[in-house]
Design a binder for this molecule. Sequence first.
Ligand SMILES: *Cc1c(COP(=O)(O)O)cnc(C)c1O
Length: 362
Amino acid sequence: MQLRVPGPTPLPPSVREALSRDMIDHRGPEFAELLRDVTTRLKRWFQTSNDVLTLTSSGTGAMEAAVVNVLSPGDRVLAITCGAFGDRFAEIASIYGASVDRVTVSLGRAVDPAAVGEALAAGGPYKAVLVTHNETSTGITNPLAEVARVVRQTESLLVVDAISSLSSIDLQTDAWGCDVVISGSQKGWMVPPGLAMVSMSARAWEAYRTARMPRFYFDLGQAKKYLERWQTPATPAVSLYYAFQAAFELLDREGMASVLARHQRCAERVRAGVRALGLELFADPAHASNTVTSVKPPEGVEVASLRKLLRESGVVVAGGQGELTGKIVRIGHLGMISESDVDEILAALEQALSRLRAPVQA
Ligand SMILES: *Cc1c(COP(=O)(O)O)cnc(C)c1O
């Protein structure tokens, strides 16, 4: 069975084993040591010396936390959106009362950093720029380093949704000057859903002090205060921290450079294989994601039938979201993924296509 949706992702055996451990007191010394270890390793993978807070929630909780901890109602925000998750970020800010302007990129394309510069110059100043590093709904990776360079020429905070990129695609939080960066456990980290991570720069903490959007569960100041004692304000998903520690044993043994390179190799192999089958890639090849590949089905083949046949052969892939429903399939290749997994996925795809095309050929 190959679970190849862009999260949740398959769990290594050692991670599954870690999940079966008994509970411990989340106010006791063992949990303190666990949280210290996971937090220290997260900071390395976030490539930051900023605070990294862990939240018991899905990734969307961290998106909400990123918004409500640095903004006040009425603050002007520039949201860069090139798909469903960029739209979600803009919507959260808007629901909490920010005044949101958008740079909207057509689906399947990446944002042009120059367009961000123009929007900042024409509409600014903005309190914050919201951007999705890897748009999971279309299979695009935005050129974040270049976008950051443009944003850093202004006073705006740079708030990054890196839920489906961090750990799999290079993101240099400090070197690029990202103020708030978020990720989620069930993507490249090889951990089940339920933990979200947020890094906060000194500038972001400065904004926190005057930010007036309502917050309680996701109050990162509280999280930071408790973290000083290696605790969390509310009861954490203890088992997921065990899982994280086990996943880090694997990630750190392999090393960040190797993990990133493996994702690139596997992604290239997926894209080449899909093309070799005569299929068209949906995303702009210049910015194709190394964690998720979106594929257009051939003429006359329904996405639903293709996904159903693949599922029956043991390979589970995702469909499109929103406007892209029925238009693309998305293959997740993040976390526990190897070249031989890719070959299995491609073989299943070839078989499913030949079965679906059979009546056409006849
Ligand atoms: C998965 C994902 C989310 C949402 O995360 P949930 O864990 O489903 O809440 C947000 N943004 C991106 C880029 C994602 O890939």
